[in-house]
Design a protein around this ligand. Sequence first.
Ligand code: ATP
Length: 234
Amino acid sequence: MLKVSGLNASYGKIQVLKNISLEVEEGSIVTILGANGAGKTTTMKSISGLLKPQEGKIEFLGEDVTGLRPDQLLKKGVALVPEGRQILAGMTVLENLEMGAYHRRDNEIDKDLEKMFARFPILKEREKQLGGTLSGGQQQMLAIARAIMSRPKLLLLDEPSMGLAPLVVADIFKIIKEINQSGTTVLLVEQNARQALKVSDYGYVLETGKIIADGKSTDLLNDPRIMEAYLGRK
Ligand code: ATP
């Protein structure tokens, strides 16, 4: 579904991504693991159109989408939940969800809102509350729900568990699995390696801008080298 080949990306003169290639199969959950500063967010920014890659190609459903803007990618079915959630703090929960569907012209938006509220009852309870008054976990749920309101085929999640308490983290991973089971392909970047690998099918390990290992999630979980470097911490 998604194929990234030979991706190089820089901030000014500093090259951050060095020849990244990865693939996401339709229907799967794929995780990119890596320590702070490895280039995970930069990878997501490049795939979602927030950062133009210097070199390389990004293909989505067989089409070359390299260099497209985030709004163009959203229309094609690629939605990003950015690091730090970035919900609209001064807008209500309902308005945030409606924003997720701003480009849609079909008449099923209300139906999808009902589905979202059924999946996230806490958001229904807080429908009229301002986004900024929600807890961290609730804001993450809102950010995910808002992205799903765009009816994505591929959902990109940048560190969804960041800064959340362990019980909430477990909830978020459960939600990610459910979203995938209802038909959305997921690419996830995480520092929370063990939990991310447990829900995903395939994983890539990023270190200083390069992919240094990849494999089935079950194999990565059982690889002593990877375990020691990335999984021991959490
Ligand atoms: P984190 O877990 O901290 O988000 P990450 O793996 O997502 O880490 P990136 O945010 O992609 O890493 O950063 C990769 C490298 O690029 C880091 O060395 C960082 O300092 C640098 N970097 C990130 N954003 C910028 C920027 N806007 N300008 C210059 N350098 C940047």
